[in-house]
Design a protein around this ligand. Structure first.
Ligand code: PLP
Length: 455
């Protein structure tokens, strides 16, 4: 097939996620048809080789082209491509992976329920939280608190949890059971003279006020990413999680840690919860579980919830929740090979050390630029937030498309970064196998693109 033919079929037949419909109608949607990839590089059909500093969508954690995972998938497909995991059935791969996941989870975790992607895993979480409260005889304890700028998926419930306007507009979301609270986003704090500690107290006060307004007996859970991801790659200020958890504990509100991005090494610890001292009741996992070699997600359920769920009730029969592809053997085989690679290559440690290097080098290269409000990150996550004037911390108007223009220049120079969907933020989430030499390339191309767009 020629590239022109593929391009034509694509425009004629393929409705892509996140399509800008007006741009599509005007024939403006740019298109890159990716052909192959190895390590941290992808190659398109026009012969361009690009360093993927976003690991696909923060998911190809072990890097591209790992033959060990490809072989594991092929072996599994030959031996048993599919059997379902409904109660009373299992496969060697899914049972083994469940054990490997629990071995890597915090100590108070008890069971894993497998799904396909991060969105459906979060749907599972909410249903299990509701089921739990029903067993406890308090079905009215149902609302879920999420943060503005949190990202938890794009289904009806998970799109509601997501605290970004584009996921709500025109869909009648959020659903009434979802309420949002302040994002721990220090750069955008309400008053410039607030210290970090004051800002944490402000976030806590906002949460307390929301709980008081709604009534603690109507609130089931709080969901949050250890570090805000799609909302802008924003690490929380020191002490944030400890303070939030104290409030949740006081009001008997469960904590769901959405570790779709942070799970399996990205922050330099196996789980992001470990990094921030979080004690969640459920952990959402996806992306890094298989490094996206096959779709698979999971809800890791803590002992507190499991001890109630396992009481069940005979009159309800089996729990009314499951997917055809829950614990798909091919996803499970990919997961096993992937977790083994993360261990054998020392990728959790590499994410910590090379991630710190990437963040430090980025800070040194662009941190003093007049239009850089902040370089921030943790482990193998980094963000450069662009502002109109760093002294006033005035933000660019979205119509100026500053971050998309810089990211476009970077792609021309051979590095893929992501213009985050809200605000002028350039995001980096490279594969965890990134080397220091590759980090240098990312930093250099960022600095030169910044210079070419903003001077
Ligand atoms: N949760 C978080 C923190 C995510 O970043 C994402 C996706 O980026 C999701 C959930 C949704 O996962 P998926 O796109 O696999 O449904």
């Amino acid at each position: 097939l020629t590239n022109d033919q593929l391009d034509q079929w694509d425009r004629e037949n393929f409705f892509h996620p996140s399509t800008h419909l007006a741009q599509h109608a005007r024939g403006e949607s740019p298109n890159r048809i990716v052909k192959t990839a190895s390590g941290v590089y992808i190659e398109d059909r026009d012969g361009n080789k690009l360093l993927d500093a976003f690991a696909g969508l923060y998911c190809v954690n072990v890097g591209y082209g790992r033959q060990e995972i490809a072989e594991a998938i092929a072996d599994q497909a030959r031996e048993l491509a599919y059997y379902h995991a409904y109660v009373g059935h299992g496969t060697e791969a899914s049972i083994t992976l469940a054990k490997m996941v629990l071995d890597r989870a915090p100590a108070n975790m008890s069971k894993v329920y497998f799904g396909l992607g991060g969105s459906d895993a979060n749907e599972t979480n909410i249903k299990l939280v509701w089921y739990y409260n029903n067993i406890l005889g308090r079905p009215e304890k149902k609302k879920i608190i999420s943060r503005w700028r949190g990202y938890h998926g794009s289904g009806l419930m998970t799109g509601s949890l997501t605290g970004l306007a584009t996921f709500h507009n025109k869909f009648d979301l959020p659903l009434s059971q979802v309420i949002h609270t302040e994002a721990p986003y220090y750069l955008r704090r309400p008053r410039k003279d607030m210290s970090e500690a004051e800002f944490v107290r402000h976030c806590v006060a906002e949460l307390e006020a929301l709980i008081a307004r709604e009534g603690a007996d109507t609130i089931a859970a709080f969901i949050g990413e250890p570090i805000l991801g799609t909302g802008g790659i924003v690490p929380p200020p020191a002490g944030y999680w400890a303070a939030i958890q104290a409030v949740l504990h006081k009001h008997d509100i469960l904590l769901i840690a959405d570790e779709v991005v942070t799970g399996f090494g990205r922050l330099g610890t196996m789980m992001g919860s470990d990094h921030y001292g979080m004690r969640p009741d459920i952990i959402t996992i996806a992306k890094g579980l298989t490094s996206a070699y096959a779709p698979l997600s999971g809800s890791i359920i803590g002992e507190k919830m499991w001890s109630v769920l396992e009481q069940g009730t005979d009159e309800n029969g089996p729990i009314g929740h499951g997917w055809t592809y829950s614990a798909h053997p091919i996803g499970a085989a990919a997961g096993i090979a992937n977790l083994k690679l993360i261990d054998s290559l020392g990728l959790v440690e590499n994410a910590g050390s090379v991630g710190a290097y990437l963040n430090a080098q980025m800070q040194a290269a662009v941190g003093d630029h007049l239009n850089v409000g902040e370089v921030r990150g943790e482990g193998m996550l980094c963000a450069v937030e662009l502002v109109k004037d760093r002294n006033a911390t005035e933000f660019f108007d979205a119509s100026e498309k500053v971050a998309p223009r810089i990211v476009g220049e970077m792609a021309k120079a051979g590095v893929i970064a992501r213009a985050m969907p809200q605000g002028d933020i350039i995001g980096f989430a490279p594969p965890l196998c990134l080397t220091k030499a590759e980090a240098d390339i990312v930093v250099e191309k960022t600095a030169s693109a910044l210079k070419s767009v903003l001077g």
